[in-house]
Design a protein around this ligand. Structure first.
Ligand SMILES: Nc1ncnc2c1ncn2[C@@H]1O[C@H](COP(=O)(O)OP(=O)(O)OP(=O)(O)O)[C@@H](O)[C@H]1O
Length: 293
């Protein structure tokens, strides 16, 4: 897979605040790249620099191996969280309006089928459900046939069924060889869709790799969670533990040995819960708080 986007030392300052602090990463064609981080981490500022909307103070952006140009920015597909659409237009009219902005728009019939808009073509776009609106916004972001598409929290506020439908749609967009750059507050979404994730905090990269590699680097074995009983556990060196949200969380390679040790140390096992680590746990470990919306 070739590299479609290469970012080196990207920096943005607002007065004394370093919103993005010299970050570097690259994105492969046809992959889904997830940008995650708590509020104020610098995700939006980063995305806006990549989209050509904000001028970096330092660093370089390369699209397809060349310094980013105006033409590159114009060829991006961008799905905003909030897009002001023309009132009183139907879904079909809105699509046609957006298509008219571009010299070589996508085939609208194909786009309508891809984004599953056939049933709602004649509906006023203000009367759509959350999932339908997101599918329309995605179609609008694809109308200029972009090879790289930016999605800003595309499933926020959708019900689980609509989120899963939207994920299937993203998979189809990826299968067409397009590259997806996604910001999300949902860890399960990142785990499901992203080939690579970048976790930011206070303008810096705190983790960058595939979800599987990051979980393997930071966790071994399973996670045991039990209600915090105010006592510190004594565990072997290869186990680690932390306290959060009224729970004691232990990452241990040997579950049986850990349970025996806890019992020997007079911990009650009532409420004990064992699970494998996911990106939520990773986020909590790296930033000290959960990202779950
Ligand atoms: N135009 C601006 N002027 C001054 N400060 C700004 C501006 N834009 C962003 N910031 C600051 O830069 C930091 C990074 O903001 P940014 O919006 O990039 O974070 P984020 O990770 O996208 O957060 P969120 O998840 O809340 O959208 C924040 O401290 C924010 O207050």
């Amino acid at each position: 897979m070739s590299t479609v986007l290469d970012v080196r030392g990207l920096t943005k300052k607002y007065a004394e605040l370093v919103a993005v602090n010299g970050i570097s990463f690259s994105v492969k064609q046809g992959s889904c790249f997830g940008l995650l981080g708590p509020n104020g981490a610098g995700k939006t500022t980063t995305i806006e620099m990549l989209e050509g909307l904000v001028q970096p103070d330092a660093g370089e952006i390369f699209y397809h191996g060349k310094p980013a140009s105006r033409a590159d920015f114009q060829q991006l597909g961008v799905q905003f969280q909030q897009t002001a659409l023309q009132d009183y237009l139907t879904v079909h009219e809105t699509l046609k309006l957006f298509a008219a902005f571009y010299p070589k728009p996508a085939d609208l019939a194909e786009l309508i089928q891809l984004c599953d808009l056939t049933e709602i073509l004649d509906r006023d776009h203000r009367k759509l459900s959350g999932g339908q609106r997101q599918r329309l916004l995605l179609a609008l972001a694809l109308v200029n046939e972009p090879q790289i598409i930016f999605l800003d929290e595309p499933t926020t506020g959708l019900d689980p069924h609509a989120r899963r439908n939207f994920w299937a749609l993203i998979e189809q967009v990826k299968a067409q060889g397009r590259t997806v750059i996604l910001t999300t507050h949902y860890m399960d979404e990142a785990e499901q869709l992203c080939d690579q994730i970048l976790i930011m905090d206070k303008g810096n990269i705190i983790a960058l790799d595939s979800p599987e590699a990051l979980l393997a680097q930071h966790f071994c074995g399973a996670l045991l969670r039990l209600p915090d009983q105010g006592q510190d556990p004594e565990l072997p060196d290869d186990a680690s533990w932390s306290r959060a949200g009224g729970y004691l969380q232990i990452n241990s390679r040997d579950i049986e040995q850990t349970i025996r040790l806890l019992q020997a140390q007079q911990f009650s096992l009532e409420g004990l819960f064992i699970k494998s680590a996911n990106l939520d746990d990773l986020f909590l470990k790296l930033t000290g708080h959960s990202l779950s919306a």
